[in-house]
Design a protein around this ligand. Structure first.
Ligand code: TRP
Length: 454
């Protein structure tokens, strides 16, 4: 291997502290607003259970194999999202695919920090007893907040400060430690809420919408949306698994961890659905009303519930925490890149990157209010960021990832990495077939469709 092309790693590389470190952190990235805020409203818009089935199919047939491949790239390359490709294929341009990942994380965090800021604001409102009101005019309250020219940016900046402080502390003492505390808390909270919501009057109607498929609701738009949701929710094909995998120990099973991450991500999305849809139908809210679904449905539930004030605090804490662990991973991918590329310490790279992202993100925050008139292709600034990152760059990069794994680095090399230290690669033949033939074709079709060529 030529040394000229190998990244210069002058400090010993950080590693996760325990065997659960990687899995919880990666699951912390995957489980987020995508599960709790995005999943319910895209299910609502996509017509319910049939959408959920498609999403599950994509998670298993595309998500799981790609996660295994991405982790392997990171653990082999032991470098940031871009340089890991360079270690594996020196003297080639494949590292550019890793660079796309860095850009995607940058763009997603710009607007993800805004929505996470909304969640933080709602948590503080609940905590200070200012969220619930007997008049229940929650639509107006929320609309007033997100269109305000200042408040959303203040909360976005606050949220980003917390993220920077955690990423600054590094992999073991920052990211791992916080995920170990926050992720289990999250599961306990969710389960309590499922019991509450499914015992509401009319809960069956909501459960039916969520669990009983009506296949006539499926069309090409719904298929696209289900695939997009699977990718977004798993943090797929964006270098997160490469970056987090680069801190992973060789003893731990890649396939086992990938399976665990997928299970947790789907589990939380399903629980979120089980909480939201019974409530949506109980209160006569339109399940297809869009991105504000969660912020409006929940205050309704809590107003009418015994101990509702406490549940409101708990629930919005949960939304905030799951957003936080995802935002941490989004920032870490960019920071790992900036730090190694420009030879900076974490202490410098984290705040600098954080400030740049917050500044760019502020424009997406304003596009709900004062800048809502600025549009391109009918999309606001927020919509444009989301579209370019999630609908164009991610499927494109996922396609390149398959070609890289299946035809350039090659399946047998991936197998060697996965089977290190006596670990197993079950269903390897199937994996290889999916990665080489099935997934690239599906992604190419989707990509061409989303940029309007098909
Ligand atoms: N998966 C996270 C969620 O569901 C969001 C996220 C984190 C993400 N990293 C990502 C999305 C990278 C796309 C790409 O909320």
């Amino acid at each position: 291997m030529s040394t000229r092309n190998t990244p210069n790693l002058n400090q010993p590389r950080e590693q996760w502290g325990t065997r659960f470190g990687f899995m919880l952190a990666a699951a912390g990235s995957a489980v987020g607003l995508g599960n709790i805020w995005r999943f319910p409203f895209v299910v609502g818009e996509g017509g319910g259970a049939a959408f959920v089935l498609l999403y599950l199919g994509f998670v298993l047939l595309i998500g799981l194999p790609l996660i295994i491949g991405e982790i392997s790239i990171g653990r082999k390359g032991r470098s940031n999202a871009m340089d890991s490709y360079k270690v594996i294929q020196p003297n080639s341009k494949w590292y550019l695919n890793g660079f796309i990942g860095v850009i995607v994380n940058f763009m997603i965090l710009s607007f993800y920090s805004v929505i996470s800021g909304w969640a933080l604001y709602y948590f503080i409102l609940a905590l200070t007893g200012n969220l619930l009101a007997n008049e229940k005019n929650y639509e107006n309250a929320f609309g007033g907040f997100i269109t305000d020219p200042i408040m959303p940016i203040v909360w976005q900046a606050l949220l980003m400060s917390i993220v920077v402080l955690i990423v600054l502390r590094g992999v073991k003492k920052g990211i791992e430690k916080w995920n170990n505390i926050l992720m289990p808390t999250l599961f306990v909270l969710l389960i309590i809420l499922v019991f509450k919501s499914t015992s509401l009057e009319n809960a069956q109607e909501g459960l039916q919408f969520f669990l009983q498929p009506d296949f006539s609701a499926i069309n090409s738009g719904v298929i696209l949306a289900a695939l997009g949701q699977a990718f977004f929710s798993l943090s797929l094909a964006t270098g997160m698994y490469v970056t987090y995998g680069s801190y992973k120990r060789n003893e731990n099973s890649i396939v086992g961890n990938a399976g665990g991450i997928v299970f947790l991500d789907v589990f939380v999305a399903i629980l979120a659905g089980l909480i939201i849809f019974p409530a949506v139908f109980h209160y006569g809210i339109d399940p297809g009303r869009g991105p504000d679904l969660v912020f409006i449905t929940f205050p309704y539930i809590f107003t009418d519930m015994p101990f509702g004030t406490i549940f409101a605090v708990v629930f919005f804490f949960f939304v905030f925490v799951s957003a936080l662990t995802s935002a941490i991973s989004l920032l870490e991918v960019v920071v790992a890149f900036v730090k190694e590329k420009f030879n900076l310490s974490r202490k410098v790279a984290a705040p600098v990157t954080g400030i740049v992202i917050t500044t760019v993100g502020a424009f997406t925050a304003l596009s709900f209010g004062p800048l809502s008139h600025i549009t391109l292709f009918d999309l606001t600034i927020f919509g444009l960021f989301d579209f370019i990152a999630a609908q164009v760059l991610i499927p494109f990069s996922g396609f390149l990832l398959c070609i890289f794994l299946g035809w350039v680095w090659k399946p047998h090399e991936v197998k060697l990495e996965v089977e290190k230290e006596g670990n197993k690669f079950p269903l390897f033949k199937l994996w290889s077939f999916l990665i080489r033939y099935v997934i690239p074709v599906v992604l190419l079709v989707i990509f061409l469709d989303s940029i309007g060529i098909l």
